[in-house]
Write a protein that binds this ligand. Sequence first.
Ligand code: 6R9
Length: 649
Amino acid sequence: MAENPTIRELSHEDRSFDPPGEFAAQANATAKLYDQADADRLGFWADQAQRISWDTAFDDVLDWSDAPFAKWFTGGKLNAAYNCVDRHVEAGMGDRVAYYFEGEGGDTRTITYHDLLREVSKAANALIELGVKTGDRVAIYMPMLPETVFAMLACARIGAPHTVIFGGFSDKAIADRVRDCGVEVVITSDGGYRRGKTNALKATVDKALEDIPEVHTVLVVKRTGQEIDWHNDRDQWWHDVVDKQSETHEPEFFDAEHPLYIMYSSGTTGKPKGIMHTTGGYMVGVAYTHWAVFDIKPETDIYWTAADIGWVTGHSYIVYGPLANATTSVLYEGTPDTPHRGRWWEIVQKYGVTILYCAPTSIRTFMRWGRDIPAEYDLSSLRLLGSVGEPINPEAWMWYREHIGQNTCPIVDTWWQTENGHILISALPGVTATKPGAAMRALPGITADIYDEAGNSVEPGNGGYLVITEPWPGMLRTLWGDEERYKNTYWSQYPGVYFAGDGAKYDQDGDIWVLGRVDDVLNVSGHRMSTAEIESALVAHAMVAEAAVVGAQDETTGQAIEAFVILRESAKEHNHVVGMLRDHVRAAIGPIATPRSITVVSDLPKTRSGKIMRRLLKDLAEDREIGDTTTLADASVMDTIQQQVRAAR
Ligand code: 6R9
């Protein structure tokens, strides 16, 4: 590590927006929440736990005696599916819509809480008939369909942890996860719709399971009706098995620490980590944060998390959080440009969406397509916007505010990880001022800090490593089958403190700016800089829609900055772009941040959640063979970029 261990602050962002008075006047969360949590943190969480229905009340809020293995709400018993569905029907809300499903091709379904109770009960009965027992793991590899939610909740209902595998992953990714998790039942569909074409989900599952005879049942939802191979001794149609089941199922209540799901997270290197979440703390965490951060008013809001259920964001903010709060959500199957680039805004207008939550990658894509597209739609129903998944560049934040949020909607930039289970750092929309690009501060009940190498808090204006200093309810409990790796990955850098693996800085007001993964930090001539800030400087240029920056080995400076940019549509014919952008970065940040090369590309390598996989670009910049691409959302993209890089040099 260089003599200068903190990350240099590069950006100078001084825009700040106070919460609009009208919003603040009606907000769920008030400043009092911070005081309550500061005065008695565990008492605060005991209060939040009342958002959930417990069959048996818990004895203690937290048992941290076996740290870092936490137990929250010990002795409590509950059922996650009961909390998401039955209790709302029992309270007379059965006719409320749980999901407006919008298929890519325009087919729609409206699922009320009543419908959800019936479908989840039938699916639970079906799983029992197929031999699934409490504690057995079930893999779900599906498009974004109502059945995906039914399947997850059916698993939760019978205490069988699910592991949802993103529908874009390869057969190898499925096989790794199925093996690691010891799965015997897989739920999939014949296919799904993506950009107007069908993708072959069942065929991918067939390939993945070629050498895994332990999987005795593959349950197949019919979505597209496409041709598929059929294994008589293993495959069963969802409609054959589920439709005939009884519409009632008596839920069993499980211990608060009963596993709810395992979600695999690729990490930058090595075998994917099976991040395990349990029931009680997770449900409390998602219900509370969904209420506080999204200001949810379940009687009137139409809530839309435009993310995939195969990402933790979908688990917590399409399924468990919104349903725990009896919310009406939109569930959209497809891509933002099918059949046209206004599809999201058409959906907002059609359903009167009031709260939209999505990733910076989407916002930057919309920026690239141009402001005229959203301008064609009535977006006046929107009252709150959220961002998740990556640092959001200030220019993308401003564009989101102006062209989607009509200059009035507060924007919550929410920082959290698969490991965290729910949002940990975010503005509270009626309380906290917001700044373009800043996640702001830890939520009430959460204790975040930024440490230097030695484990001391850094001063305002400085950068370091983001940590969470005390356990929180939705935290992962372990890595599936690998307690050592759990301890080493998260709890060994600073004893007793959770190491997030992200770089962050405090600004002069003490607000938190997340700078991205520490593996992505650059070191040029001993100066440590974040890729996020250089990328933001590039995106701030009127011609740039997206940018990715990596540090490539350099004989004189240690590392040199290489940048990859996607231009906005309006900038496509411009000559001399590269020179202009280099000058622009030099002027915006300083000579130290000047890229050695800038390559114009048509796409960037991204994960299912839109995160740029910089290590692949680094392989390219350092002229190595391209590493593992199994978790790319689109596997072909690296070939295209390679060609564009060759052509440019
Ligand atoms: C929810 C999710 C976690 C990593 C995390 C960080 C990045 C997520 C962010 C953000 C800056 C935000 N990240 N939200 N960085 N600002 N608002 O994304 O989970 O897929 O596990 O990724 O994503 O680097 O460490 P996951």
